[in-house]
Design a protein around this ligand. Structure first.
Ligand SMILES: [Mg+2]
Length: 232
């Protein structure tokens, strides 16, 4: 059965995202460093984020709350209110970064549109993901945009059944092995991994190298050729 549906992850697949979190974390560490003896603030923050995922989900709001909570914990409650204010401000400024598509993204979407149903499947804050899709000016290429709270095999099965012709005729493209590739393969779709230089510790996983539907590309510009090869 030929491919009919191509789905894309958004953050760090269509545009830069993780770098903004890294820069904000750096700002956070510099702000807190003089108030605490704990050296690995990045690890403390990551532990708080991991614990908070089930309360706040993915995205800027949860990240901001986790920075505040970490700051209170690692300073034993002595962090000055003005520094909390600065953390809140740093979180707000994350939204000011424009979502500019990576090179080749628009050309690739243009070449696929019409021949395939194109979807975005992304997780994160609804409000923030909608803003980025609007800013990127890529929205018009997609038949549907799904903003979900978690990417599991069931998520992919539901979306590919609802908007496509089932997982067997669908392909998922993304930078996260854990969220974009492994659950899409488990659902029965193709998984095309395009690594990004920065990947959040919680999105890392083993490459399923022996899976027949797993493919890895160095750049999104190679995607149309791969799709042609898989469709023939
Ligand atoms: Mg991503």
């Amino acid at each position: 059965m030929p491919l009919s549906t191509i789905a894309f992850d958004a953050d760090d697949t269509l545009w830069e995202n993780e770098q903004i979190f890294h820069l904000t974390e750096q700002r956070f560490r510099e702000l807190i460093a003089s108030h605490t003896k704990i050296e690995d603030l990045g690890q403390s923050l990551l532990e708080t984020e991991r614990k908070n995922l089930r309360y706040y989900g993915y995205g800027i709001k949860g990240f901001t709350l986790s920075m505040i909570e970490t700051a209170i914990e690692v300073t034993g409650g002595t962090i000055p209110a003005r520094d909390i204010q600065e953390i809140i401000q740093a979180g707000r400024e994350m939204r000011d970064h424009p979502a500019s598509p990576f090179p080749h993204v628009e050309r690739v979407l243009k070449s696929l549109t019409g021949d395939y149903r194109l979807l975005v499947i992304t997780k994160g804050d609804l409000f923030d993901q909608e803003r980025k899709i609007a800013q990127s000016r890529l929205g018009g290429y997609f038949d549907d945009v799904e903003i979900v709270s978690e990417k599991t095999a069931a998520t992919y099965r539901r979306i590919f059944d609802q908007y496509g012709d089932g997982p067997g005729r669908s392909l998922m493209v993304g930078n996260s092995l854990k969220s974009d590739i492994l659950p899409a393969l488990e659902a029965g779709a193709y998984g095309v991994h395009i690594p990004h230089a920065l990947t959040w510790a919680m999105e890392q996983a083993e490459e399923p190298l022996d899976h027949e539907k797993f493919h890895q590309l160095q750049s999104i510009q190679d995607l149309p050729d791969l799709i042609v090869a898989l469709s023939s």
